[in-house]
Write a protein that binds this ligand. Structure first.
Ligand SMILES: *Cc1c(COP(=O)(O)O)cnc(C)c1O
Length: 454
């Protein structure tokens, strides 16, 4: 498989060449030259590992020990269930897909754990080392750190906004004592952290000398890994391969829902992909009206992992929407802030938005009706999914985090604490290790230079 850039200038590359990079050199995102077509008959009933291998091997055809990486990643020990992504049925035709039983209790573990094993495999083969620099508002950073901890060939430098994450999220990241994991608490907000990553990456000499890499949601390996659970969920929710389903997905950077779109391009009978935004509704507006307007800044909400002002992965979808016209995509996205595709049909997507009050009401109503507790992000997806539910089409709502991560909102909705999975009871009491730094790119570079590998 070869990968091309959505901006059309960068040369086509193989998977292992794009694995360790962020953006293509022309500023675009890499996408596969074509979508492999899968035969549903041969896949139905396969366990997660075999399904993952069938779906990922066309995308990752130059990773020699892919099978081994997949087998090391998707274990009952890591994901707490032999199904890996168990489907919970609330009532006939309404399901919650459990994606959040990995080490950091959010769906990002499913892709990030595989990324850790792929990095290790490819870097070891190339006898290379990598310094990963990232910014997080919570879930990405912890998923990356738990995936990379203890790996000989990688160092992680994770920037987080000092004092702005939940106590649980902070404890999860800062309690890691592995010498290759570095938490930098920036005196600023999440946007400051992202700006610092951009500034360090803009210094080409520094980037080259210290081999700076990324694990953000535009990484194709993460998208591909997420395609797998759409297939798994489909086979769990249906009896035969003619049935159609709908997926409701709480969305931020559009990585998760875009993976559902890729699954449909590979032959999965998905009738509707239902996008849920929170108060930061840039994506909802795009899917309803065709207008894309990057916001000045993200609002802070009670589903914080969806607080975005622009959606990084949207460019990949727009590339297909415009029949892969790279010149046109380049015009739209390099100009940046605003465009209008109202005249281009966006078939197969529905969308909606959810507010704090909706979130609270949805958490309450699922608890009363079905006795299940869902997290605030999942609640956004359920709220919008139910608004678009169609008779005769199974609705599968993706659970993107466990409620234990967001206890303040759960207390507000249900007046009790969410249950904590085993092993997390005393998380906040563990000793924490992090470094407070000013929002200054030179300070980040000095820290990396002093703590990087070889
Ligand atoms: C990252 C995240 C999202 C948003 O996913 P995208 O792929 O960025 O659209 C939603 N919910 C939770 C809990 C997350 O961590």
């Amino acid at each position: 498989m070869r990968y091309v850039s959505t901006r059309g200038v960068a040369p086509a590359r193989r998977f292992t060449e794009i694995l360790l990079e962020g953006l293509a050199p022309d500023g675009g995102l890499y996408v596969p030259e074509s979508y492999p077509q899968l035969d549903l008959e041969t896949l139905r009933g396969k366990p997660y590992i075999e399904l993952a291998h069938a779906i990922l091997s066309p995308f990752m055809d130059d990773v020699p020990d892919l099978k081994n990486c997949i087998e090391k990643t998707y274990t009952t020990a890591t994901f707490g269930d032999p199904e890996i992504t168990p489907l919970r049925t609330l009532e006939s035709g309404l399901h919650i897909l459990g994606l959040s039983n990995g080490p950091t209790l959010a769906f990002k573990d499913l892709a990030m754990q595989l990324l850790g094993h792929l990095f290790e495999s490819v870097l070891t083969a190339q006898k290379k080392q990598l310094n990963i620099l990232g910014a997080t508002s919570g879930d990405t950073g912890s998923a990356a750190e738990y995936a990379m901890r203890g790996k000989q060939c990688v160092n992680v430098f994770m920037l987080s906004p000092h004092g702005r994450m939940s106590a649980f999220q902070r404890a999860q990241m800062y309690s890691l004592q592995d010498p290759n994991i570095h938490n930098l608490a920036v005196q600023g907000v999440f946007d400051d952290c992202q700006d610092l990553v951009k500034k360090v990456n803009a210094d080409a000499a520094f980037k080259e000398r210290y081999r700076i890499g990324a694990v953000n949601s535009i990484n194709w390996a993460r998208i591909a890994a997420q395609v797998v659970y759409y297939f798994k969920a489909y086979f769990s929710a249906t009896q035969n391969n003619t049935q159609e389903v709908a997926f409701a997905v709480p969305s931020g950077n559009f990585g998760n829902l875009y993976a559902g779109y890729v699954a449909r391009c590979m032959g999965l009978p998905i009738r509707q992909l239902i996008l849920a935004s929170n108060e930061n509704d840039v994506l909802d507006e795009f899917f309803r009206t065709g207008k894309y307007r990057v916001r000045q800044a993200a609002l802070a909400t009670s589903s914080p992992s969806m607080d975005i002002s622009k959606a990084s992965n949207l460019e990949r979808y727009v590339f297909d929407l415009l029949q892969r016209d790279a010149a046109r995509v380049s015009g739209l996205f390099s100009a940046g802030a605003e465009f209008d595709l109202a005249s281009v049909p966006r078939a197969g997507f529905l969308s909606g938005r959810s507010s704090h009050a909706d979130r609270i009401a949805t958490i309450k109503s699922l608890y009363r009706q079905y006795g299940v507790t869902i997290d605030p992000h999942t609640a956004d997806g359920v709220k919008v999914g139910l608004e678009h539910r169609q008779p005769g089409v199974a609705l599968i709502c993706l659970e993107t985090a466990l409620p234990a991560k967001f206890s303040a909102t759960i207390r507000e909705a249900l007046a009790h604490e969410p249950t904590r999975p085993a092993g997390f009871e005393k998380l906040e009491d563990l000793p924490q290790r992090f470094e407070i730094i000013p929002p200054d790119a030179e300070a980040v570079k000095r820290y990396i230079a002093a703590h990087s590998l070889g």
